[in-house]
Design a protein. Structure first.
Ligand SMILES: Nc1ncnc2c1ncn2[C@@H]1O[C@H](COP(=O)(O)OP(=O)(O)O)[C@@H](O)[C@H]1O
Ligand SMILES: N[C@@H](CCOP(=O)(O)O)C(=O)O
Length: 327
């Protein structure tokens, strides 16, 4: 579920009147997503032809002080021709407004559906779209410090503690602490970098057939290595759910699509096995934290950290060979 707040129809209509988008016709809560409340909004449209938007209310995890960065990034990428929703500015030009003490933004609606089981053609299209973003951020004037890097994963895992991690899976404490110390000794420096998405999972990509129609949910975007963003996307797309089965065809297509737009340097290619292990560690740590700290009655489905532990073990065993061939 992802509507945490009830908004009365009168409040919504008043909010929509602050934008030049016509008047409110309907508002439907969107079930997908975990962090924010989202509504599909229909209005009469500024030209009377009808229009759709996404209304997002920022509920947790997102600092209001980061909104100029996140929403400005959407506008920048959309203006550079990337399939990213624009932020709708209100009549005063503001990117977001406050309603009942919470920040809300009206976002362009993009068509498409999220894919559960991607085809190689779809993976290729995702790789291309990711590389285009990496080109388009070159002149984005803002930056945001990566808080979910190695130091952040380390802090989260230590805050969980070995005893609690073992309640998720008896193998998890050794795997997590061992991996953190291995990564600390192997993490690369000096790779090409810029503002990157950092969470390009299938549920954050909208597709029409084989084509990417939308890249959404940039709320983990931060300044980091482009190749790390590719590694996150690889880890998210190239395994069957559960993490036990690797999909070679999807991996080859994703890497080929990316490199059709932005060929990797040899230093980036050599770093991919380590970056992919780091990408897995990033989601092991946040998922373990959510697993242990989400109230039992919360209406949110917890995601399994061991899914990414299996992906990590795959990269540790096969990453060198895999990226040498496929990249
Ligand atoms: N710009 C958009 N166009 C169309 N649908 C969208 C758009 N933004 C979000 N959605 C829909 O809302 C859902 C939740 O959005 P998301 O940003 O992923 O929420 P959360 O940050 O809570 O995970 C998505 O799965 C998608 O169905
Ligand atoms: N993609 C992350 C969780 C982040 O959730 P999102 O709905 O904001 O993308 C994971 O799978 O652990």
């Amino acid at each position: 579920m992802a509507v945490y707040t009830h908004l009365a129809a009168e409040r919504l209509a008043e909010l929509i009147d602050a934008y030049d988008v016509g008047s409110l016709v309907s508002a439907k809560g969107i079930a997908e997503g975990v962090s924010n409340s989202n509504w599909l909004i229909e209005t009469t449209g500024s030209d009377g032809q009808g229009a759709r938007f996404i209304l997002t209310m920022y509920e947790r995890r997102i600092e209001t002080s980061d909104l100029p960065f996140f929403l400005g990034l959407l506008d920048h990428l959309a203006a550079h021709g990337c399939p990213v929703p624009r932020t709708i500015h209100d009549r005063d030009g503001a990117l977001w407004r406050t309603i009942d003490g919470k920040a809300v933004a009206l976002i362009e609606y993009l068509p498409g559906v999220s894919i559960d089981h991607p085809t190689p053609a779809q993976a290729r299209s995702v790789g291309q779209a990711l590389a285009r973003i990496h080109h388009a951020v070159a002149d984005f004037p803002q930056s945001r410090t990566q808080t979910l890097g190695l130091a952040g994963w380390d802090r989260t895992i230590n805050d969980c503690g070995a005893e609690a991690l073992a309640t998720i899976d008896p193998e998890l404490p050794d795997l997590a602490f061992g991996e953190l110390s291995w990564l600390a000794g192997h993490w690369p420096g000096g790779l090409p970098h810029g503002v990157v998405h950092c969470d390009l999972f299938p549920d954050n990509v909208l597709m029409l057939g084989d084509k990417v129609s939308g890249l959404i949910d940039f709320y983990f975007a931060a300044s980091d290595f482009f190749a790390y963003d590719l590694a996150v996307t690889h880890a998210a797309w190239c395994f069957e759910r559960g993490g036990a089965t690797f999909r070679t065809d999807v991996s080859e297509a994703l890497l080929a699509g990316y490199q059709a737009e932005r060929p990797l340097s040899s230093v980036e290619r050599d770093a991919l096995p380590v970056l992919a292990r780091g990408a897995c560690m990033r989601f092991i740590s946040s998922r373990a934290d959510d697993w242990l700290n989400t109230p039992a009655d919360a209406l949110v489905t917890r995601k399994d950290p061991m899914d990414f532990a299996r992906r990590l073990q795959f990269y540790a065993a096969h990453g060198d060979e895999l990226f040498a061939q496929g990249a």
